[in-house]
Design a binder for this molecule. Structure first.
Ligand code: UDP
Ligand code: MG
Length: 160
């Protein structure tokens, strides 16, 4: 067992997390941000934003052929969203676990969707599904200068 090899497999990644309009309208912004903060990830970008239709379509372009696509675009553009970039070891998959299954009724208790939502069409939060999409989506939703690189004081208490 070689701990240093295991550690080197734990890549620092970035992910795009977005509180959807239902999460904002329902007053869940603080609750959702807290879950990622408490876990120990680092916030590097944050804004409230009214998403234009074109951006929603680009973000969800892989789902263009789906029957629910027009409703999804209406939903995402129906009010302000909270755009966030988060960084950390294994943050992409870990954030997906914290978020829970796409259908909130299948999402485990303890997850954001499992605790706070009931329907796929109102599942309160988005999280990138791969490190590549994390980078793609952060570049799509944030302009240069909107992201901060910084060192949290708690870092040595979170990572060896
Ligand atoms: N969605 C929907 N109906 C479906 C599947 C997905 O309205 O049958 C919406 C839902 O908001 C979901 C988003 O489309 O979060 C993106 O779908 P995906 O399969 O990528 O789920 P996610 O990665 O968000 O869990
Ligand atoms: Mg997805």
């Amino acid at each position: 067992f070689l701990p240093h090899l295991v550690a080197s497999m734990e890549e620092v990644e970035e992910t795009y997390i977005m509180i959807k309009p239902d999460g904002v309208q329902r007053g869940l912004v603080g609750e959702i941000i807290s879950r990622f903060e408490k876990k120990g990830f680092k916030l590097t970008g944050l804004k409230l934003f009214q998403c234009p239709k074109e951006l929603a379509e680009e973000h969800y372009k892989d789902l263009k052929s789906k029957s629910f696509f027009p409703k999804l675009i209406d939903y995402i553009t129906s009010g302000p969203v909270v755009c966030m970039a988060w960084e950390g070891i294994g943050v992409v998959a870990s954030a997906r676990k914290l978020i829970g299954a796409t259908n909130p009724l299948n999402a485990e208790p303890g997850t954001i969707r499992g605790d706070l939502a009931v329907q796929t069409g109102r599942n309160v939060v988005h999280g990138s599904d791969s490190p590549e999409n994390g980078k793609r989506e952060i570049a799509l939703w944030f302009k240069e200068g909107e992201l901060s690189s910084w060192t949290p004081v708690q870092e040595p208490w979170l990572t060896e």
